[in-house]
Design a protein around this ligand. Structure first.
Ligand SMILES: Cc1cc2nc3c(=O)[nH]c(=O)nc-3n(C[C@H](O)[C@H](O)[C@H](O)COP(=O)(O)OP(=O)(O)OC[C@H]3O[C@@H](n4cnc5c(N)ncnc54)[C@H](O)[C@@H]3O)c2cc1C
Length: 676
């Protein structure tokens, strides 16, 4: 990597020229960095806004899951079987699923070799368990903080390999060269957060052949969220550069605590806590689920099932299914304006309407589970202490004692299955850009739990392999770089200079904008959708974008990263809302992890009013046969395209043929597009 300085728009700016810039320091970005280095691509660097930030390092659950091909027991498994199961959730391309399955063991064992403590038995077999949307026992876990352990292991390797890290560098734009189909990545613009007060305003340029984008999910656009607060997302800059996205409608929502953001899946629900609501001031306590559930057996079993049916799923509402609980929590918090808590101190009671809880009322499955776990004990907290003491410790470490206080919860955004589009090498339509991890929308409508972490590792590896084979070359000369990207840099600098207004009294413009985006998404673009509101929300999002471009003002350069982030999130939420509008316009109904309210639909359950009716997509419907791609064209025109779902490729797999393809390098090409 070479450092030089250049003058642009009157400012003297540092330029780093290198082969590959990796943006982000989550599990996917770090995997890409380590793999590139292993493969001999050493002219690389990582730029991250916060080495300790992001989802992988700061999120988890009672048993955070990693999905891979089965490795133990007598259950048979195969790459094609796993690919089929990845595709079974709908709207996932078969070739991508095949790659995620075929490479799952390779990347899993890399983590094992690096010291991630995935458990094996005395014979060395890596036993698995069944996770959601998983017909086999492919899931494993290194505990509540699997993804953090992955980051720590990969981070150690980054340090050992002396891969340069630009910490506290906020990337605000991707630079491109060329137009149309020949458009490709040329580098990036970042703000060095430690130099914002310098005459350069912190601007730093990267002249790179490739960019690996590992910037995670679009967390910052939701108010109700279980993403860590450090994770905001940066899809907007990729849209602006011309990268296409897919399946943006498919996010996952579920019940999570809000004071300390944590998923309430697994044992937190299997111990059957009491769900209560209060008014805003903590008074008028009610066990609101009793209003709708007809008996305690059904209610307690639904709570138990929420443990492994964690994401909200409209298919699991009717018949007093586990997702009815999410819907009732939403009604209580959003519609009725009350607060909802999980109380582990006491068993649910019937309040005269239903029987009080006793284990004998549970379904056979739930009863057996608790009995086998030796957890048929007097209160939820005692059952939790028996089944999973670590689950209690996680809260204690974050100042919440589940034995003493109820836990406030909400229906929260957790993960985006969709995101930027990539090919089987994770390369975007924008050449030389490789979105990996959650920013890459490789998943479909539903995915097996744990497949996000597998996908991030496979994506990082595949991107590295492709770069090593095809794009391992020197960056362009500085003069050429500048010729291609000068106008974009000048534009960003001019914008930064324009918005700084030292006479401003406070930062309320920034705060209000962020709130507006989050409120709009949580109200009209999250788990519960109201068709009549979506078009209006799209229009409001576009208006806000124009307003920010024209009127945004900040007090000093210190606020530049937040200002650019608001612009990014604003563009991101506008496109997500556009995708939702298009999906509904094409006749799409409730699916995945969202419910579209529809008066003509069927009742959610007896006793829930007309306003909670909905329907599911009929088999073979247009939206289920296709994938919605969305991108920005000239003058910010939104381009929407419904493409066929690619099937899982069927190859005979004749060894001699594969060997020849491998020797001749054909195994490292993209089947359709071969770029010089
Ligand atoms: C509560 C919770 C529980 C989960 N449980 C599971 C599970 O059990 N199994 C599973 O498979 N998945 C799970 N997920 C999802 C999974 O954890 C994430 O999808 C995954 O960790 C994302 O990894 P990543 O590397 O793509 O991004 P992240 O880990 O989010 O990293 C993104 C990185 O990019 C940086 N960054 C972002 N923008 C910029 C910018 N402009 N400039 C510089 N740096 C930037 C961030 O600081 C961060 O370092 C869970 C998610 C949550 C929230």
């Amino acid at each position: 990597m070479k450092r030089t300085e250049i003058r642009v728009a009157g400012l003297c700016l540092p330029v780093y020229s290198l082969n590959t810039l990796i943006i982000g320091s989550g599990a996917a970005a770090l995997k890409a960095a380590v793999s590139l280095h292993q493969l001999g691509v050493s002219d690389i660097a990582i730029a991250t806004d916060d080495w300790s930030g992001g989802t992988s390092r700061n999120a988890g659950s009672d048993k955070q899951t990693y999905y891979k091909l089965s490795l133990a027991g007598e259950l048979s498994d195969s790459v094609v079987e796993m690919a089929r199961d990845l595709c079974a959730g709908g709207s996932m391309h078969g070739d991508i699923a095949l790659v995620e399955a075929a490479n799952s063991l390779r990347v899993f064992f890399h983590l094992v070799e690096l010291g991630v403590p995935f458990p094996h038995d005395g014979y060395g077999a890596y036993a698995g368990y069944k996770t959601d949307n998983d017909p086999r026992q492919r899931a494993t876990s290194a505990g509540p903080l699997t993804s953090r352990l992955m980051c720590e292991a990969l981070g150690r390797e980054v340090r050992e390999r002396k891969i340069p890290v630009f910490n506290k560098y906020e990337v605000i734009a991707l630079l491109t060269r060329g137009i149309g189909k020949t458009k490709k990545i040329a580098g990036a613009i970042a703000l060095d957060r430690k130099k914002l007060r310098a005459p350069s305003l912190g601007f730093v340029l990267f002249n790179a052949v490739n960019v690996v984008l590992g910037t995670g999910g679009p967390a910052g656009m939701y108010r109700e969220s279980v993403y860590p607060t450090s994770q905001l997302g940066s899809h907007g800059m990729a849209f602006e550069a011309g990268a296409a996205a897919q399946n943006l409608t498919e996010s996952q929502f579920g019940l999570a605590s809000t004071k300390f953001r944590w998923n309430l899946s697994g044992t937190y629900q299997q111990v059957i806590p009491r769900y209560i609501s209060t008014d805003r001031n903590g008074r008028d306590e009610r066990q609101f689920l009793n209003e709708v559930f007809p008996d305690m057996g059904k209610l307690a079993t639904a709570i138990f099932l929420k443990g492994y049916e964690w994401p909200f799923d409209p298919r699991k509402i009717s018949g007093y299914g586990s997702s009815l609980i999410d819907l009732l929590v939403y009604r209580e918090t959003v519609v009725r304006g009350r607060r909802v808590f999980l109380d582990f101190r006491r068993d649910p009671s019937g309040g005269g309407k239903l029987k009080d809880f006793s284990s004998g009322l549970l379904s056979k499955e739930a009863y057996t589970y608790l009995a086998k776990s030796k957890a048929l004990l007097g209160t939820p907290i005692k059952r939790l202490a028996r089944m999973n003491p670590l689950a209690i410790a996680v809260y204690k470490d974050n100042g919440i004692d589940l034995a003493k206080e109820p836990l406030e919860i909400a229906l929260c955004a957790q993960h985006n299955n969709g995101g930027l589009k990539g090919n089987i090498w994770w390369e975007s339509n924008l050449k030389h850009l490789f979105p990996v991890g959650e920013v890459n929308g490789s998943h479909g409508v539903r995915r097996p739990g744990g497949s996000a972490l597998n996908s991030g590792q496979v994506g990082g590896w595949r991107a590295a392999l492709f770069i090593a084979r095809h794009y391992n070359r020197k960056p362009p000369a500085l003069r050429d770089f500048l010729f291609q990207v000068r106008s974009t840099i000048e534009e960003k600098i001019a914008f930064a200079q324009k918005i700084i207004d030292p006479s401003l009294k406070d930062s309320s413009f920034l705060t209000r904008t962020r709130q507006e985006i989050q409120e709009r998404m949580s109200a009209w673009g999250a788990a519960i959708l109201r068709p009549e509101k979506v078009s209006h929300a799209v229009a409001e999002a576009r208006t806000l974008l124009k307003k920010l471009q024209a009127e945004m003002r900040i007090r000093s350069a210190k606020e530049l990263p937040a200002a650019f982030k608001n612009l990014d999130l604003c563009l991101t939420h506008a496109l997500y809302l556009e995708a939702i509008r298009e999906y509904i316009a094409r006749g799409g109904k409730s699916r995945g992890s969202f419910l579209i309210l529809e008066e003509k639909g069927r009742e959610s359950c007896p006793g829930m009013g007309k306003e909670w009716r909905f329907s599911l997509n009929p088999p073979g419907s247009f939206v289920d046969r296709k994938i919605l791609e969305i991108s920005l064209g000239e003058k910010m025109r939104v381009i929407k395209k419904w493409v066929d779902v690619r099937p899982i490729p069927h190859k005979e797999g004749w060894f001699e043929q594969i060997w020849e393809d491998y020797r001749k390098g054909r195994a490292f090409e993209h089947p359709e597009e071969n770029e010089p």
